[in-house]
Structures are given as C-alpha cells and as structure tokens.
Design a protein around this ligand. Structure first.
Ligand SMILES: C[S@@+](CC[C@H](N)C(=O)[O-])C[C@H]1O[C@@H](n2cnc3c(N)ncnc32)[C@H](O)[C@@H]1O
Length: 274
C-alpha cells in the first residue's frame, strides 16, 4: 500500500482515538508512532489501519490493547545511576533547605523512577516532608506503579544501579520476595499520589520543588515538547529543579530562557528567578 494512503489512515486513526477517547497522540514524533502502529496492526492481524480503526470505535477491548502499543513502558530503578548520584549529592542539599517538598514524576510508567526517588529521599531523611506526585496516561502503568511489584529477574539491575547511585542501604531492605517477584514495601507509597495526567492535554500542578520527566518527551514532536516544558515551568517554584532524560534537553525549547543549567551532563535544570 502506498505511504500516502497509510499516512491518511494513520491521521484518521489518531483523530478517532482523540475524538472518541481523548488520548492525543496526534503530535507525537511521527516515525516512532508509525512504527508502533504498524506493529499493532500486524500483531493484531488487521489488513490496514482503517480496519483497526473500525474495531477501535466499536470494540471496547481495543483501546487498552492499542495503548499498550502506543506507550513505551521501558524503565528501570535508578536508571542512569550517575543521574541519581547527582540528585543525591547536588540537588538534595538544596531541597534540605525547604520545610516541605513536592516532587512530580511525570510519565512515571510502572513506578521504577518513582520508587527510586522515594528510596533516595528516605535515605536522605527527606521522605517525611515530601509529597510525591506520580502521573502517567497509561492506566495499566499507574496500576502497576501502585502495586510496586517487579519480577525478581529485574532486581539485580535495580540493585546494581542503586549501589552505583550512592545508595546508603541495601535495596533488599525495601522489598520482600514472593513467587518470583519483589514486592516493594507499601510504606514507600504512604506519601505518593498517583494520578492520570497527560502532558499533552492536561493542566499544571502547582509549586513543585522538583519535576522529573525522563524519557517521555523523546516521543513528542517539537510543539508538544514546548507544551510540556511550559507546564513544567509553570509548575515549578522559583529555583525549582527540572530533570530530563539523557537524550533530552531544553536547548531548542521556547522556554529555555526560563531555566539555567544546573548539572548540564545530567540534564538537570533550575528554574530562574523571574
Ligand atoms: C519510556 S517510559 C519512561 C519511564 C520513566 N520516566 C523512566 O525514565 O524510566 C515513557 C512513559 O511516558 C508515558 N507517556 C506517554 N505519553 C504521555 C503523556 N502525554 N503524558 C504523560 N505520560 C505520557 C508512557 O505511558 C510511559 O509510561
């Protein structure tokens, strides 16, 4: 089939997804959306995107299946340990000066990044004065995040990352093993608010000291990245910190002037006083 027809069908499918369910993927980076949709079409056995769209509109089971293809859930605890070491060594000393703290993990996936922060904050004695907001558009990911259960196969990587990030205890202090899984202590969630929130369609959260949005904006086009960074800028207090993923930066953003580099190599920025 020609690329032109495929392009039309993809645009219509994304429009249908938005009009019917308010999930807005219309401005995600094209190449990756196209790749994911082709995968969905082929694996679900549809001849073309029009057939997939028909099912999306008429079959209740289709939405979560399609979202599973469209959202990338790759994550790890203490992913990029040098990043978390920098948070611990350079950002935490600033955070200590506040009597109460708010941290927003935007695009939290199944919770790996969130638990990394909660554990780090507990180890640094900041957990009790912090409210953690963990948001994502994927209901499945949010449900997994609020369960805090990970396969034991993944724990070796998590443990090595935690140690390399300057962890002050053993990761095994925070979970119990059961049936091939690591079940993270529910006290780690005492101060967490989980919420469905889209960086594309939803509004700001107020007065955060730290916003962490790592490896989410790589899937957005330039306009969407600008929208998300505008949200972060409006959600941060003056001198608050913004943390991005290793392949992301603020360089080309319309909002770049609102931030100063804090630790450039780790993509940690600080909102300027304005
Ligand atoms: C690759 S994961 C990143 C997970 C974690 N932040 C990390 O760095 O390990 C990307 C996450 O972004 C979420 N996401 C995609 N579009 C989003 C949007 N518009 N608003 C909020 N989250 C979104 C996906 O559901 C997925 O959980």
């Amino acid at each position: 089939m020609s690329d032109i027809i495929e392009d039309i069908e993809i645009r219509l499918l994304l429009e249908a997804l938005y009009q019917r369910f308010h999930y807005d993927f219309r401005d995600y980076a094209q190449a990756s959306i196209r790749r994911r949709l082709r995968q969905a079409r082929d694996q679900m056995g549809f001849a073309n995107f029009s057939a997939l769209q028909e099912h999306l509109l008429h079959d209740d089971d289709m939405l979560p299946r399609l979202l599973g293809y469209l959202t990338v859930q790759v994550s790890e605890m203490f992913r990029d340990p040098s990043f978390f070491r920098t948070i611990r060594e350079k950002v935490v000393p600033h955070l200590r000066t506040y009597p109460s703290l708010k941290l927003w993990v935007a695009g939290c996936s199944a919770g790996e990044e969130l638990y990394s922060y909660v554990i780090l904050f507990r180890e640094e004695g900041l957990e009790d004065r912090t409210l953690f907001y963990a948001t994502d558009i994927s209901e499945e990911a949010l449900a997994a995040a609020s369960r805090g259960i990970y396969s034991l196969d993944r724990i070796r990587t998590f443990t090595e990352n935690h140690r390399a990030s300057g962890g002050k205890s053993s990761l095994s202090d925070y979970y119990t093993s059961a049936y091939g899984n690591a079940v993270f202590d529910k006290s780690l969630r005492d101060r967490v608010v989980f919420s469905d929130h889209s960086l594309v369609t939803d509004a700001v959260f107020g007065e955060m000291q730290l916003v962490s949005c790592r490896n989410v904006m790589i899937y957005f086009n330039r306009d969407l990245q600008d929208r998300a960074i505008g949200l972060f800028s409006d959600s941060l207090m003056r001198n608050g910190f913004l943390a991005l993923g290793s392949k992301e930066n603020l360089r080309f953003s319309r909002h770049a002037d609102a931030f100063a580099d804090f630790v450039r190599e780790e993509k940690i920025y600080q909102r300027r006083e304005q």
